[in-house]
Design a protein around this ligand. Structure first.
Ligand code: HEC
Length: 414
């Protein structure tokens, strides 16, 4: 029998299945992504990178920076804060939920608070319970002065405990004594509504997981209370300052090649443009990372990052008027200067263009937008601000400071 057609068809079937899985479905899901309006700023995001930065992306790729640097901010499951905003009509139910499950301390504090408004009447008790309660309250230190007996309809003479069952008693608490907390604890058991009388709004819990939040919230709302939930966006990357929100597909919309990276020998660079604006800093760091991150400045560990001296021309210090004088970087204490090649400038433009995007529907930001970048990062001022730069060698803070008395730059040579 000839199995040829069958083999052909099954091969075709498996191949088209993988094509569907690996090509068609991702394209269908993400291929139609369009710039989107940010929920935070109301502006369209993202916009294409400037041309120089686009060229810099190629330099970044060619030099294998993505081997050591990721460009993807991750975000662990968030946690939640739960605030009680209104106690609602059913204080007893709320007090029960609070004292039994959510915040016994708050319920007790509310009850202690209520003890400030004595005397308090506890009505409708039967004989046995009245005895039990008065004993307990007195044990807890309450100067429970009177346990007035109110005769049930047509019962005994005043001042006498009626003998027959069905009578009702009222305990009047006049003073909570020295340990109101103990008295409050006792009272909470018979009068849960005391525990519900909180002053709102009050934060009931912080850092809850989604499951715990849902459980508590359900109990509270069932008890008639109103709550407010605040989501805290959390994640190790964000705590390190590597981004204001997690990365989403839209962040890479205009990147012909996406370089998310797979290893983190160095820090994530998703928002390096927010963290480090200075062109001089970047260029010095690229020329020799140990100028910035050295044993002295980095707790005894030299930077692991390779140097990229071939992106620069090293030459003796020039005088104003020499071509390239304005672009050159003169490192403090060195007799030479380095002139960045166009690749280096492009690479730095790319690094400066890496910024944390604004909040989106699928990835909101927890905080208000950061204040505008210092003027150094903008193109026109950058030319003058960094024209005669000098870089201090590794200092503890690893920052680059321009020479304080920089001579005025000469007019550019023709
Ligand atoms: C062998 C791994 C490695 C490679 C390759 C590498 N880096 Fe780094 N990079 C590091 C390490 C480690 C650090 C942290 C120490 C430091 O600041 O120098 C770092 C730091 C940085 C920083 C500063 C980040 C910050 O948060 O301060 C920038 C910017 C940077 N690298 C850019 C680049 C660029 C651009 C390239 C490619 C031209 C590159 N790196 C290639 C390992 C690497």
């Amino acid at each position: 029998m000839n199995h040829g057609p069958l083999l052909f068809l099954s091969a075709l079937f498996s191949l088209s299945l993988s094509w569907f899985g690996f090509v068609f479905i991702p394209t269908w899901q993400l291929g139609g992504d369009q710039p989107e309006e940010s929920v935070e700023t109301g502006q369209t995001y993202p916009s294409p990178r400037p041309g120089l930065a686009q060229q810099g992306a190629e330099v970044y790729r060619a030099n294998g920076c993505y081997y050591c640097h990721s460009q993807q901010v991750t975000q662990e499951p968030s946690d939640f804060d739960l605030t009680l905003t209104a106690t609602g009509p059913n204080l007893a139910a709320l007090g029960r939920v609070l004292s039994e499950e959510v915040r016994p301390d708050l319920a007790q504090a509310a009850a202690v608070n209520a003890l400030g408004r004595l005397p308090m009447e506890i009505k409708g008790l039967d004989r046995e319970f009245t005895e039990y309660l008065t004993n307990k309250l007195m044990e807890a230190g309450a100067t429970l002065k009177v346990a007035t007996v109110v005769a049930a309809p047509a019962a005994a003479k005043p001042g006498e405990v009626p003998a027959h069952p069905g009578d009702s008693f009222t305990v009047i608490l006049t003073s909570a004594g020295k340990t109101p907390a103990d008295v409050a604890k006792l009272l909470l058991r018979i009068r849960p509504s005391l525990g519900g009388g909180l002053t709102v709004p009050v934060v009931l819990a912080r850092g809850l997981s989604k499951d715990d939040l849902d459980k508590l919230n359900k109990k509270l709302t069932t008890a008639g209370a109103k709550t407010l939930v605040k989501m805290n966006l959390r994640g190790v990357d964000m705590d390190r300052g590597w981004g204001r929100r997690r990365s989403v597909a839209l962040d890479y919309l205009y990147d012909p090649v996406v370089m998310v990276g797979a290893q983190r020998m160095g820090p994530d660079l998703s928002n390096i443009g927010d963290r480090q604006h200075s062109r001089v800093w970047h260029l010095s760091h690229l020329f020799d990372p140990r100028i910035i991150t050295s044993e002295e400045s980095n707790a005894g560990v030299d930077s692991l990052m390779p140097a990229y001296p071939y992106l620069f021309t090293k030459r003796p210090r020039s005088t104003p008027g020499t071509p390239g004088y304005q672009q050159a970087i003169r490192l403090v204490g060195e007799q030479f200067e380095i002139v960045p090649k166009p690749e280096a400038e492009a690479l730095v433009a790319y690094l400066q263009s890496l910024r944390s995007g604004p909040g989106l529907v699928e990835a909101p930001t927890p905080k208000a937008p950061a204040p505008a970048a210092p003027p150094v990062a903008t193109a026109p001022t950058a030319a003058t601000a960094t024209s005669v730069p000098a870089v201090t060698p590794a200092k503890p803070a690893a920052v680059v400071t321009p020479a304080p008395e920089a001579p005025k730059p000469a007019p550019p040579a023709k």
